[in-house]
Design a protein around this ligand. Structure first.
Ligand SMILES: [Ca+2]
Length: 349
């Protein structure tokens, strides 16, 4: 998620340094024995003081194993190594759309309900769950406790973040019906259909079918409601277009290229700097009616046919709250547009 994958946007150079430093430390056996490490003991003390079950956490940490595969995986996230042209091919593909259309058929009423209570486009919810796990098909095979212990205690560049997530996992176990000893997820500890990391699970997951359990692992209804809630809580604006292709001229635009997708100028300022959104008669990715004081950002992506320029809005930035990569957000946007075309309930915008 993610927001979950955002945690993987880590320079591989850091990992090389970290791994080299680690190799000179204790023997491999000791490295797996988390429960005896002083920093783990300190964490257990802290959680016990907070009121969590010391015995339970000690038992969980004594089962946690360091997984070298996880350290290898985090060193090469797709968002860091692929161009937009390559990334787009992986996510905007027929098989994913077919799976999405089948999922929509099964969950049509739930998707409509999620849209009406959150104001988040159902096609966007559908796109996110498709990109994350192909509608539950790829929920991740790592034990979450191993992933978070490995990254929290053996990956110095992001140890603070992942130790924080490990603590959230123990807190989550007390509030949701998950079993921290067995739950599986991605190498970064993201779980279930929407790949929520523990802090997102605690803060944004909802019991959408009201059966008393908030279950993102086996319950697609809770997953749909939770993705909608995540976007709503990150201030998705109903009806605001996400992105438009743009043309650039002159040389003022260069200083305005933005690599985070966070709006930093108005549309009027963009136009003044030689950046023009492509009209709807030329591209489906357009926003002819957008008012000129709307905040936008300029993106430059390496596409199939060379550089692509895009103007994106605050809603694009909301997608990057799920996963910090602009490639991820663009793929989610484009996939949502594909679903919009085949959505029987909606006219094309
Ligand atoms: Ca439920």
């Amino acid at each position: 998620m993610i927001k979950s994958l955002s945690s993987t946007l880590t320079a591989s150079a850091f990992y090389v340094i970290a791994a080299a430093a680690h190799a000179s430390e204790a023997s491999p056996n000791n490295q797996s024995d988390y429960v005896n490490r002083p920093e783990v003991k300190a964490m257990i003390d802290e959680l016990a003081e907070e009121g969590l079950d010391r015995q339970r956490i000690t038992s969980l940490m004594s089962q946690a194993k360091r997984q070298d595969k996880i350290l290898e995986a985090i060193a090469r996230p797709a968002e860091k190594t692929l161009t937009w042209a390559q990334y787009q091919k992986i996510f905007i593909q027929q098989s994913r759309m077919d799976q999405g259309n089948a999922f929509r058929k099964e969950q049509e009423a739930i998707l409509a309900k999620a849209e009406s209570v959150s104001g988040v486009d159902r096609d966007m919810i559908l796109a996110i769950i498709g990109i994350e796990t192909r509608y539950g098909r790829q929920r991740g095979g790592y034990k979450v406790i191993d992933a978070l212990a490995t990254l929290g205690f053996d990956y110095p560049p992001r140890s603070t973040f992942f130790r924080g997530q490990l603590k959230e996992l123990f807190r989550l176990e007390q509030s949701a019906h998950i079993d921290a000893a067995t739950i599986t997820g991605s190498y970064a500890g993201a779980m279930g259909y929407p790949q929520f990391i523990p802090s997102s699970y605690i803060n944004f997951a909802v019991d959408f079918d009201e059966d008393g359990k908030t279950d993102l692992v086996d319950n697609p209804v809770d997953a749909i409601g939770s993705v909608a809630n995540y976007f709503k809580e990150h201030k998705w604006q109903t009806g605001l277009p996400v992105a438009a292709r743009a043309r650039v001229e002159g040389d003022k635009y260069q200083a305005l290229v933005n690599d985070k997708g966070k709006p930093d100028m108005t549309l009027k300022q963009a136009i003044k700097a030689g950046i023009t959104p492509v009209p709807c008669k030329e591209s489906e990715h357009c926003f002819d009616k957008l008012v000129k004081d709307t905040d936008v950002a300029l993106l430059e992506l390496e596409g199939e046919r060379g550089k692509e320029y895009w103007l994106v809005t605050q809603n694009f930035y909301v997608i990057t709250r799920y996963n910090h990569s602009v490639l991820y957000a663009m793929a989610a946007y484009q996939l949502s547009r594909e679903f919009e075309k085949t959505n029987p309930d909606k006219k094309h915008k």
